[in-house]
Each structure stands twice: as structure tokens, then as C-alpha cells.
Design a protein around this ligand. Structure first.
Ligand code: TMP
Length: 208
């Protein structure tokens, strides 16, 4: 049985991950592939509990290294219990965030060393890396404005503009350093233009 393809979607808050994931999934399913969508942190009951703690507990300072390890603890559940079994069964997996989020937020945003992050990543998921990563990009002001219209901000959304600026820059650097795996989409373009680009990407993946 041929393994499914593993696709991840990345970007700062407010760049439109959910809508664009829907477009991508619809197109891949229409071509006859089974698709599983998941998200990080989260994706399994245990990992969703870790997500709840990571996003919403604010009664105690969270050391950066604890944040990093909890992200990877959640990822270990998702990789072992959801992602790899699906890929093995030939199902395609579209994951809303993965280790590039850890590189951008805990590395770029919080300043943890990239070598440490990559060493833990290797330990947690070895060769399980996405076949394709779509980076949805927009200036921080644009993302913040869109995200700001939603409900109560979580622990990450409460960060300052400079934090997200570092996260965005780090994402763009990672994308530039791995051009074979990354596609960057400018989400300041019209909704229709972005949808077109997502559909074109899906067509490339399915070989249409
Ligand atoms: P979201 O999936 O709803 O966008 O929220 C997840 C938040 O968690 C977002 O602010 C990014 C952050 N995050 C990290 O800091 N590191 C990670 O490894 C992951 C997966 C998410």
C-alpha cells in the first residue's frame, strides 16, 4: 500500500489557515483520496488536553522549555496515534501546524536555540516530516486585525506585536532554507486569488 502524503499548513494568527485547509481538503478528496485533518497542539484526546493547558492556563509563569516540551509531548501523541497510522494506511494527512510552528514560535518568538528544537524534533518524530508545507503569510498587522475580531485571546494571542514579527521572520527564513518542502502564499491577496493558489497546489499534489 502506498503511503499517503503529509501536508502541513503554517502561519501566524489571522492568516486564514482554516478556510484554506478546507479548500485544500475538498480538492484532494474530489480527486478520490481519503484525507484526515488534524491540528497541533492537539489532534488526539490526550494531546487536546495538553493544548487546553498550553493555550489557557495563565495562573503561573510558563518556562520556555516547559512550553517547548509540552508542544512536543502533544506532537508525540498526534504522530504516533494519528498521523503515522493514517499515512501508513494510504490516507493523506493535512495538519494545521507542526514542528515548523515550534521553530517559529519557541525558536523565533521565544528565542530557544534552533539546534535544541531540531534535536527534540528528531527524537520525537524522526523522519516523519511533511512532504509539503504551505506557509500562509501576511504582515503581522493584517493577521492581528483579523485574529482580533475573534473571541477572548488565548495565552499566545496576548503576546506583543514584536513577538509575532519575530515568528513571521523566522517562518520566512525556514521557508527560504527549505525551498523544496515549502510554498509561501501571500494571503493579503483577494480571497479568490488565494483559493486559486490553494487549488493549484492541490492539483500539483494529486498530479492533475
Ligand atoms: P492555533 O492552532 O489555533 O493557531 O493556535 C495554536 C497556538 O499555539 C498558536 O499561537 C501557535 C502556538 N504553537 C506554538 O507556539 N508552538 C507549536 O509547536 C504549535 C504547534 C503551536
Amino acid at each position: 500500500m502506498e503511503w499517503g502524503k503529509f501536508i502541513t499548513v503554517e502561519g501566524i494568527e489571522g492568516v486564514g489557515k482554516s478556510t484554506n485547509i478546507d479548500t485544500l481538503v475538498e480538492r484532494i478528496e474530489a480527486a478520490g483520496h481519503k484525507v484526515l485533518t488534524t491540528r497541533e497542539p492537539g489532534g488526539t484526546p490526550f494531546a487536546e488536553d495538553i493544548r487546553e493547558i498550553l493555550m489557557n492556563r495563565s495562573d503561573e509563569p510558563v518556562p520556555e522549555i516547559a512550553e517547548l516540551l509540552l508542544m512536543f509531548a502533544a506532537r508525540s501523541f498526534n504522530v504516533n496515534n494519528v498521523i503515522v497510522p493514517a499515512l501508513e494506511a494510504g490516507t493523506w494527512v493535512v495538519c494545521d501546524r507542526f514542528t515548523d510552528s515550534t521553530r517559529a514560535y519557541q525558536g523565533g518568538g521565544r528565542g530557544l536555540p534552533m539546534e535544541t528544537i531540531d534535536r527534540v524534533a528528531d527524537w520525537v518524530h524522526g523522519d516523519t516530516w511533511p512532504d509539503l508545507t504551505i506557509l500562509l503569510d501576511a504582515p503581522v498587522e493584517v493577521g492581528m486585525e483579523r485574529a482580533g475580531n475573534r473571541s477572548k485571546p488565548d495565552r499566545f494571542e496576548q503576546e506583543r506585536h514584536e513577538f509575532f514579527q519575530r515568528v513571521r521572520e523566522c517562518y520566512l527564513q525556514i521557508a527560504a532554507s527549505e525551498p523544496d518542502r515549502f510554498v509561501v502564499i501571500d494571503t493579503t491577496r483577494t480571497i479568490d486569488e488565494v483559493r486559486e493558489q490553494m487549488s493549484a497546489l492541490a492539483d500539483l499534489l494529486i498530479g492533475a
